[in-house]
Design a protein. Sequence first.
Length: 367
Amino acid sequence: MEKNNSDIFIISGEKSGDIHGSYIIENLLKSNSSLKIDCWGGPQMENAGGNILENYSNYSVMGFVEVFYKLPLLLNKLKKCKKDILRLNPKLILLIDFPGFNLKIAKFAKRNGFNVHYYIPPKVWAWNPSRISILKKYVDKIYSILPFEKKYFLKNSLNVDYVGNPVIKKLDSFSINNSENFNNKIISLLPGSRIGELKYSLPVFKNLVEKLPNYKFNVCGVSDLPKSIYDGIKKFHNVNVKYENTYDTICNSAFSIVMSGTASLEVALLGVPQVVVFKISKLSYLIGKLLIKVNFISLVNLILSRNCVKELIQDQFNTVMIVDELKKIENNVEYRNNMIKRYSELKKIIGMSDASLKVSDKLLLSI
């Protein structure tokens, strides 16, 4: 039998996946420090003890059109990743989110006899249901972090466990007294973690800062992106860019304005009123609108299955509409309290499980 040069091969393609992967690596190595864990990921996974073969910044792309333009690069990275898998012959492959890339790896890996697990699977309930058959055929085990997903996957005969949401573990040590924050005139801005997201969010946020000179703005920056990206907004007297202190920054603000993604869920679980925004290229948005079949874009509203936070999408993502919503949150106590009340419901639905620990334990039983 061919020698296994790796115990677990983990593949993520963005900052959130890098963070989730780092928790899993920490747990795995606590249980067995001799494990060899190879990764396509980022600095968090490397700091946790993973051997990084390729940094996600070299292959992470967002948007339908953007993927098309970067296709030659992505095909080359896929080829390299497949070579790494064959060379290392891991006992198990763990895919984390990043479906456009990872589903191709799943197909390749399973056809070559590898044990394939998927953490944070593709959102097939939202769009591209044809991916269900790919998951069913090429993935041995799915670990879901969204409570409503399990029923959907089981209905389609997939092997799935709901493991809780990894955000819960990240927020353990953070607490706020938001009633004291409403008068502090501090707004936290979460413009996203990818260059493609910041391209659309930062210009609007810059206009907002100019329109609200009596407020203080704390921008949650990403340290592994070029700091020059924030030059246009940090020049204002009422703006600070804070790196890697996202939760503290959110907790000390009266409101948050959040580029849609995991961050909207994090802000909700920290109990801070928010506005969720989203913008991509016009062509990518038009394509997405034809393909995506959900009523909401924010995880908060999706999990609750009703409106809780305001979503400003594409052209609605502008200074006028943001200010309108901020004033509504600030001046309408009942509106604000209803949002906070629904946050409590959200927490109950998600549960308090340590998702990363659950996944780690299941991986250890599979290698």
